[in-house]
Design a protein around this ligand. Structure first.
Ligand code: SAH
Length: 662
């Protein structure tokens, strides 16, 4: 068959029949000799319905995709077009027949040169090839009536939007993972308004550049664009991006967070440890991620042995005799409250409906309850290996004098010459891990629990010893332990396992972009997750302007319901308040201007279990770059304190066996 007939057949079978209607596009696809743009030796495959290799690990796009993008860009003869990702030069040659001029950028010099030669050989004079980073566009030739991107981006590069003429169309594949994307059409409607439409699921090679992916597949940090570029104020920009939150009980609430469901870990924060709305929102999101998207780990900022009691309850595993009710330690309201109870009851009911190996568990990442961890390890060994239990008793005996008040252990060791227990607890942890094979024959879940308790004791011993010095080291040890616990859980549940984390904003927002990291050298779980999982981790902050909060005035003090001061004028919270977005999700990835404005450091409020309204600035505010710290923010303008369980016995719907021991 002559090649022109082969091309005509390709156009009929692969394009017309699949719905490409634009006559100009069909003609161009018939006329441009695709066989001239493939690697020598591959000509016979030039008309196949697939991408083909062109060197440097890149591909010439499948004919259908080239036609689909050209049609979506609605090219007309006077148009100036930018193409990102020249590759073979084939798509540029097609576009050159539909528009006035095509500017095309390729990041591999070898491909750019080869494309230039092919286009010159074909006598095409209206295509200009440049080697460089196309995520930054081609500023000297801008604005463009159409921009077509032939590689998958993590998000729409701000530079490309800026180089789009009013009325211009940007066609670009965007996706959180490097492998599959959604083809988007962004139209520049008026100066400040862009409209985005999703066209189809697609699969492109990654867009690698300053506003795309890094070479090793992480999200590149966008270069700084001065905030003055936006004509709107910060509150106006927040208002534009804010998506209103439905009621907590409305399934649409959780569905709004489906955009994060493909991530390996979704971290949900809170701006205090005693705000009902933060718990209820995390409950709604987590239900959705578990029930619809296969998440099976809920890992929270709670002590491991206490959360383990909840886990046994929600996964319908046998209770352990002799354990007291969990979460008796200050601050009890953090987990013994009506919102957590509602979630726990839901989780058990949900788990009743799925097979055992698909039940979602509830786990604690934190290290404070050393005493229960010791009891748990000993109880475990008593059952599976009594000889080992005797040795463990002796080793942990070293910590006995300090179990009630571990915080004085560090001082005693450092200043009063008491013996350190480090060697003993580390040896004990190693011994248990070394017997994994023996012990897991009994019950993998129980082994995981015992091993994690042994790890916790080793971490806690060190934590209390170095806490005495103050400084970043003990914080870093605690957050590293929490992150490693998360990793152990993911590993234990298999390659496909996905986790939701509930912890304070100070743990889940990337510490590098707050005073914690930049001034105090503290790291946290959010940072470690980004370093480990890249774009596969979603960091979602939660915050509020005013209302009430459950907190104590001092450590170990009684819980009080306190008024939260309206946020300070110079804080992020005030900008959210001024936006009039009462309850909303603000997804930073959707708005480049917003990201730029929120990048400027401002004060952010952190309320913990202690709240001191009188010294708020000193005690609770720190500077942060919000859009770098988080991927999104969940905002409740006014919030209420959680209700502790002890005050509300006889909760409706909470069964007698409920693990909080009601
Ligand atoms: N339109 C091309 C298809 C190319 S595949 C054709 O018809 O043959 C995508 C191309 O994008 C690859 O050649 C890749 O090297 C290039 N690319 C990826 N990131 C880029 C960037 N930031 N700037 C320019 N080119 C890029």
């Amino acid at each position: 068959m002559p090649v022109s007939a082969a091309r005509a057949k390709m156009v009929e079978r692969q394009l017309s029949r699949r719905g490409i209607r634009d006559e100009g596009v069909l003609r161009a696809m018939r006329d441009v000799p695709r066989e001239d743009y493939v690697e020598p030796g591959m000509e016979e495959f030039a008309f196949d319905d697939s991408p083909l290799p062109i060197g440097e690990g890149q591909t010439i796009s499948q004919p259908y995709i080239v036609a689909f993008m050209a049609e979506a860009a609605a090219l007309s003869p006077g148009d100036r077009v930018l193409e990102v990702g020249t590759g073979s030069g084939y798509a540029a040659a097609v576009f050159s027949r539909l528009a006035k001029a095509v500017y095309t950028v390729e990041r591999y010099p070898s491909l750019a040169d080869a494309a230039k030669q092919r286009l010159a050989r074909a006598g095409i004079g209206n295509v200009f090839v440049q080697f460089g980073d196309g995520t930054l566009g081609w500023a000297d030739a801008a604005p463009f009536d159409a921009i077509i991107v032939a590689a998958g981006a993590p998000e729409v590069p701000a530079a490309l939007k800026q180089q789009l003429a009013i009325g211009g169309r940007l066609i670009i594949p965007v996706g959180a993972s490097g492998e599959s994307q959604s083809l988007l059409k962004v139209t520049h409607v008026t100066e400040a308004l862009y409209e985005t439409e999703e066209l189809a699921p697609v699969r492109f090679v990654p867009l690698v550049g300053a506003q795309g992916w890094t070479e090793d597949g992480r999200r590149a940090a966008a270069p700084h664009v001065p905030a003055q570029m936006s004509c709107l104020t910060l509150p106006q920009t927040i208002a534009r991006a804010a998506e209103p939150l439905p009621d907590f009980d409305d399934p649409a609430f959780g569905a709004l967070f489906d955009r994060f469901a493909s991530r390996r870990v979704v971290l949900l924060g809170e701006a205090s440890h005693g705000t009902s709305e933060f718990y209820r929102a995390r409950d709604a999101i987590t239900r959705r991620l578990i029930a619809q998207h296969g998440f099976s780990i809920v890992a929270v900022e709670a002590d491991w042995p206490d959360a383990a009691a909840i886990d046994r309850y929600v996964r319908l595993r046998p209770d352990r005799h002799g354990d007291g009710a969990p979460f008796q330690r200050f601050p009890t309201w953090m987990w013994r409250n009506t919102d957590v109870a509602a979630f726990v009851v839901w989780l058990r009911r949900h788990n009743e409906t799925v097979p055992q190996d698909r039940r979602a568990g509830f786990f604690g990442l934190d290290i404070y309850n050393m005493r229960s961890s010791i009891a748990a390890v000993l109880a475990y060994l008593d059952r599976v290996d009594p000889d080992a239990a005797t040795i463990a008793r002796e080793r942990y005996g070293c910590l006995t004098p300090w179990q009630k008040e571990p915080s004085i252990y560090g001082r005693a060791v450092l200043t009063e010459g008491y013996k350190t227990c480090e060697g003993a607890v580390v040896r004990q942890c190693r011994d248990i891990l070394a017997k994994q094979l023996d012990y897991t024959r009994d019950d993998g879940d129980r082994f995981l629990d015992a091993a994690q308790n042994a790890r916790l004791i080793a971490s806690a011993e060190r934590y209390y010893r170095i806490m005495y010095y103050g400084g970043a080291e003990s914080w870093n040890l605690r957050d590293t332990h929490m992150f490693e616990t998360l990793e152990h859980l993911l590993r234990a549940k298999g390659d496909e396992a996905k986790a939701v984390v509930w912890a304070h904003n100070s743990h889940i927002g990337d510490a590098r972009h707050t005073e914690m990291g930049s001034v105090r050298s503290e790291l946290n779980i959010g940072q470690l997750c980004r370093e480990r999982f890249g774009a596969d981790a979603a960091l979602i902050g939660f915050s509020t302007h005013t209302g009430t909060v459950a907190a104590a005035a001092d450590w170990d003090g009684p819980m009080e319901t306190m008024q939260v001061q309206p946020s300070r004028r110079d804080s992020f919270e005030r900008a959210f308040h001024d936006s009039d977005a009462r309850r909303s999700l603000v997804d930073f990835s959707r708005d480049a201007a917003l990201r730029e404005l929120l990048r400027e450091p401002r004060l952010e409020r952190f309320i913990g279990v202690i709240y001191r309204p009188d010294s708020e600035l000193m005690s609770h505010y720190a500077e942060a770059s919000l859009s770098q710290q988080f991927d999104a923010m969940v905002w409740f303008d006014e919030t209420q304190a959680v209700e502790p369980l002890s005050r509300s016995r006889g909760q409706q719907g909470v069964p007698d066996t409920y693990p909080f021991g009601l």
